[in-house]
Design a binder for this molecule. Structure first.
Ligand SMILES: [Zn+2]
Length: 280
C-alpha cells in the first residue's frame, strides 16, 4: 500500500481510506509526535464505529484492523482523545504534558495482555486466543507479565506505510508507545510490538536487521526479568549460543530483547547482557 495525505486525510492511491468521523475531538492540531496504541479488543469489535459515538468520549486518528484495513476517525489537523494523562520529553529536552494536543494516535486492533488458563490463552473478556498468535513476554515497565497477542503482518505493513506518510507530511521524527507517555497507567502497544524495527522502517533506515543480533556465548546466556544480575531468569535454561534476538531497548550494558524461534518468529522477551550480542 502506498499511502499519501491530502487535506489531512489518508489516501490509498487516489481515494481516501474508510472515514468514520468521531465527534470526540478537540481543537486544531499541529502534530509533533505519533503515538501507537492497541485497542484491547477482538475481531468482533468495530472500534472505529465505537469512536463515532459521543458516549465513548475517546477517539484516535486511525484504527488498523487485523486484516490491515485502515479507518480514519479524525482528520490529522484535529485533536483526537487517545492519550489521556500523559507526558513526554522530546529529543531536545522540551517537555510536553497532555499528548493529545501534540500527537496523532494510531490504534491497532489487538487484545494486548492475555491470561493463561487450563485450556490455553484467553483475552481479558475470556475469549480464547490461539497459542500460535501469542508471545510470552515481560512488559518493559514490568506489567503485566505473561502472554501478549502478536500483531498480524498485514497490520504491521499498513502501520509502517501509514506512519511513513504521516511522518513525512507533518515532519514528525518521534514515535512513541502509549506506555512511554503514560508509564504504569498504560501498557500498549506492549512487548509484541517491535517498536525499534517499526521506527527504522518508517524513517527509511536500513531495515530492521539493524537490531537483529546473535548470542555468542558457548555456555549460553541468561535472559532475565530486568536489566541486571539481581533479576531472576525468565527461562530455566540460558539462551543457546547462536540464538537470534531483536534488540528493543538499552539500559546501561543491558539490552531488552525479543528472542526469535528457529523459524524466525518472535518467541519471548527479557533482558540480557549486551556484551554477548554480536551483529547477525
Ligand atoms: Zn492506548
Amino acid at each position: 500500500m502506498a499511502f499519501k495525505i491530502k487535506a489531512h486525510k489518508l489516501m490509498n492511491d487516489s481515494s481516501a481510506v474508510n472515514f468514520v468521523q468521531s465527534p470526540n475531538v478537540g481543537g486544531k492540531l499541529d502534530p509533533r509526535f505519533l503515538v501507537i496504541h492497541y485497542t484491547a479488543s477482538g475481531p468482533g469489535s468495530d472500534i472505529a464505529a465505537y469512536f463515532s459515538k459521543p458516549a465513548a468520549k475517546v477517539s484516535a486518528h486511525l484504527v488498523i484492523r487485523r486484516d490491515g484495513s485502515v479507518s480514519q476517525c479524525v482528520p490529522f489537523d484535529e485533536v483526537a482523545f487517545h492519550a489521556g494523562d500523559s507526558r513526554w520529553t522530546d529529543k531536545t529536552g522540551k517537555k510536553f504534558i497532555g499528548l493529545n494536543k501534540f500527537s496523532i494516535g494510531i490504534e491497532i486492533e489487538n487484545w494486548g495482555p492475555l491470561k493463561k488458563t487450563g485450556s490455553g490463552w484467553v483475552s481479558w473478556t475470556g475469549q480464547p486466543v490461539d497459542a500460535g498468535k501469542v508471545i510470552e513476554a515481560r512488559h518493559k515497565f514490568g506489567v503485566p507479565n505473561g502472554g501478549w497477542e502478536i500483531y498480524t503482518e498485514a497490520q504491521i505493513e499498513s502501520s509502517i506505510d501509514a506512519a511513513a506518510a504521516i511522518c513525512k507530511a507533518y515532519g514528525i521524527d518521534e514515535i512513541v508507545g502509549h506506555d512511554d507517555i503514560s508509564p504504569g497507567r498504560k501498557s500498549d502497544p506492549g512487548p509484541a510490538w517491535t517498536m525499534s524495527s517499526f521506527k527504522a522502517k518508517v524513517f527509511g533506515r536500513s531495515q530492521s536487521d539493524d537490531n537483529l543480533m546473535i548470542v555468542r556465548s558457548p555456555s549460553g546466556l541468561n535472559i532475565r526479568s530486568g536489566p541486571g544480575m539481581e533479576h531472576a531468569a525468565v527461562r530455566p535454561d540460558p539462551l543457546p549460543d547462536g540464538t537470534k534476538v531483536v534488540v528493543q531497548e538499552a539500559n546501561g550494558n543491558w539490552r531488552f530483547v525479543t528472542v526469535l524461534n528457529s523459524s524466525g518468529q518472535m518467541d519471548f522477551s527479557g533482558w540480557v547482557h549486551g556484551g554477548f550480542l554480536f551483529e547477525a
